[in-house]
Design a protein around this ligand. Structure first.
Ligand code: SF4
Length: 339
């Protein structure tokens, strides 16, 4: 296992398999037009599997498929099967917006996906349409219900909480998650690339989330566990578990063992990284497995990234990247780097 400059191991790989998405969420893709990655640059399944093999040699044992929306990648279960065949990858998960989940769930499970996370920011169809600019609420609900019917454990629902947008639904979302046997995770609204309309005023901080839930449910207990997972987990007095991902007000960079591979093979050491390593170039120029491993190892061993902690130190916090720069550098977009 390799460790970075702060002794953090490289364990988690987030694989973005496409930069395309079938929603246009306000906190991620608020613009009308986007610059998409050129098709010829998108890694083939064979290239992705080869890179995952190299990462596994270096200690990666968890892979999460992301996007854009990963289920838009044609024939994704075939890639899942290829990665699942790598015995050192012991945890295989996917984050999806749920639109295509009902039709894909069985194939994904058969292929080897162990855990599913669905983004769900509202239970109100009109609000869903306003927030995502697409009329797909019913499909997302059907996707979540399909996972439930299959008795597939480990379902999580991720909710980005935005003040004045959906923070009035926190209790409803908790109860909805209870009803579908999912664990809900509230995510603080983050100032990452793509969140061009972000402002601190709209962030509902972890402390406030706990206070508002506590006012309804009573004493909330933190669940003590040793984990590099981004969510801190809590228990309601009635035993229900939920999580909070507090990247904006209480970051967890100290234990971060995650890196990201974009669909066109850029390897990013942090969600806030402004540049990455072009693994596609090395791969397509014929680099051997050992050469790729050596490049990855030396970059990780120099890694000093702690983007969210550095953002916290800023006095006048604004969106990370302005729209002009995003258009010129699509790799800064969260939908490209797999949030
Ligand atoms: S900001 Fe970067 S270093 Fe910190 S937890 Fe997120 S990905 Fe890891």
């Amino acid at each position: 296992m390799i460790r970075d400059a702060f002794s953090r191991p490289l364990r988690n790989l987030r694989l973005s398999v496409t930069d395309r998405c079938n929603l246009r969420c306000a906190y991620c893709m608020p613009e009308e037009e986007y610059a998409w990655l050129p098709r010829a640059d998108i890694l083939t399944f064979e290239e992705i599997a080869r890179l995952v093999g190299v990462f596994a040699d270096l200690g990666v044992d968890k892979v999460r498929f992301t996007g854009g929306e990963p289920l838009l990648r044609k024939d994704l279960p075939r890639l899942v099967r290829m990665i699942a065949a790598e015995p050192r990858i012991r945890d295989l998960a996917i984050t999806t917006n749920g639109i295509l989940l009902a039709q894909e769930a069985q194939a994904l499970r058969d292929a080897g996906i162990q855990r599913v996370t669905v983004s769900l920011d509202t239970l109100k169809p009109d609000r869903f349409r306003a927030l995502t600019r697409r009329d797909a609420y019913q499909q997302v609900r059907e996707g979540i219900e399909a996972v439930g019917r299959m008795g597939w454990p480990g379902l999580k629902l991720d909710t980005v909480v935005m003040r004045g947008v959906n923070d009035d639904e926190m209790l409803d979302l908790i109860e909805f998650a209870r009803g579908v046997a999912a664990e809900l995770r509230f995510i603080e609204y983050m100032d990452v690339g793509g969140a061009t309309r972000w402002s601190m005023d709209q962030v509902v901080a972890r402390a406030e989330i706990l206070e508002r839930l506590g006012a309804r449910y009573g004493r909330i207990e933190p669940i003590e566990e040793v984990s590099s997972a981004p969510a801190d987990r809590f228990r309601l007095p009635d035993g229900l578990h939920f999580g909070i991902i507090s990247s904006t007000t209480a970051p967890f960079c100290q234990t971060c063992d995650r890196s990201r591979l974009t669909a066109d093979g850029q390897w990013l050491l942090c969600l806030y990284a402004t540049a990455g390593m072009d693994l596609r170039k090395h791969l397509r120029e014929g680099a051997s497995k050992d050469q790729l491993a050596s490049l990855i190892r030396s970059a990780w061993e120099r890694r000093l990234d702690r983007g969210a902690e550095q953002r916290l130190l800023l006095k006048d916090r604004q969106p990370l990247v302005q729209i002009g720069e995003l258009k010129a550098k699509p790799h800064l977009e969260m939908h490209t780097r797999g949030g």
